[in-house]
Design a protein around this ligand. Structure first.
Ligand SMILES: [Zn+2]
Length: 181
């Protein structure tokens, strides 16, 4: 899986623009652009910021799979980690990796302010920042059509100890088609 030169340059420019935004957000701190490497081999990691190496690392497989999410979500996500290390002198005991300090910076830089992204569904990445695809259960609601229901609600409905309505219609155990989505 190779990353094109055009992609590499665009990603690096994105990091530079994040640095400019960080500088604007925190004028009393000094920022510079970390190194960009696209050499993560681990199946479970899309991206990471490594403070000691002053480096953003990305997974080339994830870049090939969803470049747009890498560019517009993962890079600002990792750059927000960098921002936290500069502004709060990152200390695991005092600032959480995805705590409110990180969330504020991540939002400002345009990342989804949560540790897990679902943009990599279908890629065989199952841990780290990657959400496991959640099973959904298909219910046939007749005239209303098919609806999909999450695992927790599905269990309750099938257990008969909780009732849900959908467009005025009771969703019961019998409505489950037996299928998952
Ligand atoms: Zn993170």
């Amino acid at each position: 899986m190779s990353v094109t030169q055009a992609q590499y340059l665009e990603m690096f420019r994105k990091m530079e623009s994040c640095v400019e935004q960080l500088q604007y957000m925190f004028p009393n701190h000094a920022f510079d652009t970390p190194t960009l490497n696209t050499n993560i081999k681990s199946k479970s990691t899309v991206g990471q910021f490594r403070r000691k190496h002053h480096e953003v690392r990305l997974n080339p497989e994830a870049i090939a799979f969803n470049y747009d999410a890498i560019l517009n979500d993962v890079i600002p996500h990792e750059m927000a980690h960098y921002g936290v290390t500069v502004v709060y002198r990152y200390n695991r005991t005092r600032v959480k990796a995805h705590g409110y300090e990180w969330k504020a910076i991540a939002s400002y830089l345009g990342a989804v302010p949560r540790p897990i992204t679902d943009a990599f569904y279908g890629l065989k990445l199952t841990a780290g920042r990657i959400a496991k695809p959640r099973k959904r259960y298909v219910y046939d609601m007749g005239a209303v059509g098919e609806i999909t229901i999450g695992g927790i609600q599905h269990k309750r409905i099938q257990g008969g100890n909780r009732f849900y309505k959908y467009h005025g219609e009771d969703v019961t155990a019998a409505h489950w088609t037996g299928a998952t989505a």
